[in-house]
Ligand binder design. Structure first.
Ligand SMILES: Cc1cc2nc3c(=O)[nH]c(=O)nc-3n(C[C@H](O)[C@H](O)[C@H](O)COP(=O)(O)OP(=O)(O)OC[C@H]3O[C@@H](n4cnc5c(N)ncnc54)[C@H](O)[C@@H]3O)c2cc1C
Length: 416
């Protein structure tokens, strides 16, 4: 049986892989995306993502104008003011301030991951192939690569792009020494609809601001909201609507059309309990564990936690990549979390994956339209990608140390 050839083969249909495919399609370059899972229902998919200017610019470059417009029109609204309270619900001095960080964060927006995926999947018919679990690649003497899938099929390509996330099988083959590192930090998060928050008389200080509860001792709790307006989105058809592939999943977690407040908190190794115990707990059990830990906090904060929908609560082990790997460019490259997975503390991972696509698409266009040798194009992409990607990994680690460590080195990070 002959193996089909595609110019650029992408492994993984996350935001990175799909935005890359959109950009290549927009430029008339032959591409295909190979994705393992037909449905995206991992835990974080139920949350919004902070999207920064670097991510937005990459989307603008890669999407056709009508889809970029749909993206702008269906953005959720996040609060525009920050507030810091202590655990007694007392406002810390001068803490209501409009967001104006340096870098590009002042233009940040809140995008539902479900909606972003709907946008990125638009027009991908014939390009996206699901049920394709990538297993390994081989490089042929003519410089092309063959990707092999678990179902026995294969594809030959001039460039194989591993956009297959933090546990990338492409990276494991290309850079076997690069391991994912468990930071020991354990995160809990949960959501409550704004309707339920009002019903339970949750304080507006917890629903209308980006509120950081900063206790005198213990770990902080971040609270923010994501407001949507499905009626305003209606002109975009399925974009911004419920995702039909989530239809059979019970609970509120993957609801895409209801505004909500959500919180997250993070603890160092064993502080909430041993992993062996935490991993056996469902959402309600995790909520009880957290409430036991912060039981002396003000009732207005505890009420928010108590009324959180347990179906939206899960434990997440925070991993990072170790930045710094350099390799010789060839017909296999990496993009997004596959090469620079980072902690969530600066909300940079998805934005950095999108930014990568904004670097790689013009390089491939230069190769295909203007005669730049493909490997030179890949090399220029990789140099730029490594510089900003590794910088983002480091800054997210520092932010985690500041946030969770509060002055003390985190246990696992001390071994880095
Ligand atoms: C709690 C949390 C909060 C976050 N918040 C933010 C935020 O606010 N802003 C932000 O920018 N980032 C955020 N991030 C990071 C962001 O989610 C990731 O950086 C982003 O999803 C990376 O995109 P990606 O396309 O590189 O990889 P992924 O999204 O991981 O996609 C990889 C895809 O590859 C597929 N795949 C995996 N293995 C195979 C295989 N062998 N064969 C075929 N397909 C495969 C997977 O099914 C998946 O679809 C957060 C992360 C976490 C954990």
């Amino acid at each position: 049986m002959s193996i089909p050839l595609v110019d650029i083969a992408i492994i993984g249909a996350g935001p990175g892989g799909l935005a890359l495919a959109q950009g290549l399609k927009k430029n008339g370059i032959d591409t295909a995306v190979f994705e393992r899972d037909p449905v995206r229902a991992d835990y974080v998919q139920g949350f919004r993502m902070r999207i920064r200017q670097r991510g937005i610019s990459a989307l603008e470059a890669n999407l056709p104008p009508h889809l970029f417009q749909a993206f702008l029109d269906t953005l959720g609204l996040a609060p525009t003011e920050n507030l810091i309270l202590d655990e007694r619900f007392e406002r810390l001095a001068n803490t209501v301030r409009r967001i104006s960080e340096p870098e590009d964060t002042h233009i940040e927006k809140s995008v539902s991951r479900i909606t972003l995926r709907q946008i990125l999947l638009s027009g991908m018919e014939g390009i996206l192939h699901t049920g394709k679990h990538f297993q390994r690649y081989e490089i042929l003497a003519d410089g092309t690569a063959i990707a092999h899938f678990a179902d026995g099929s294969a594809v030959r390509t001039n460039l194989l792009v591993g956009a297959d996330g933090a546990d990338s099988a492409v990276r494991r083959q290309l850079l076997p020494e690069l391991k994912s590192f468990d930071t020991g930090v354990r995160r809990l998060a949960g959501k409550i609809t704004l309707v339920d928050a009002a019903r339970h008389a949750i304080s507006p200080l917890l629903t209308d601001f980006n509120t950081n509860i900063r206790p005198r001792s213990g770990r902080s709790l971040m609270i923010t909201s994501h407001r949507v307006d499905p009626a305003a989105y209606a002109r975009h058809g399925l974009i911004g609507a419920e995702d039909l592939t989530h239809r059979d999943i019970p609970g509120f977690h993957f609801n895409n059309t209801t505004s909500y407040t959500w919180w997250n908190t993070a603890y160092d190794t064993d502080e909430l309990g041993p992993d062996g115990l935490l991993e056996t707990l469902d959402g309600a059990g995790l909520l009880r564990t957290l409430l036991a830990r912060i039981g002396d906090w003000d009732e207005r904060i505890l009420k928010l936690i108590r009324h959180t929908d347990p179906s939206t609560v899960a434990l997440l082990k925070v991993h990072t990549s170790i930045p710094g790997a350099v390799w010789q460019s060839g017909p296999v490259t990496l993009l997004g979390d596959a090469i620079h997975a980072m902690t969530y503390f600066r909300a940079l991972g998805g934005n950095t994956a999108l930014y990568d696509t904004g670097l790689l698409v013009p390089e491939i266009v230069a190769a295909r339209r203007y005669g730049k040798p493909l490997i030179a194009a890949v090399n220029d992409y990789e140099n730029a990608m490594r510089e900003h990607g590794y910088e983002a990994v480091c800054s997210s680690l520092l932010a985690m140390q500041r946030n969770v460590g509060a002055g003390r080195p985190l246990k696992a990070l001390a071994t880095l």
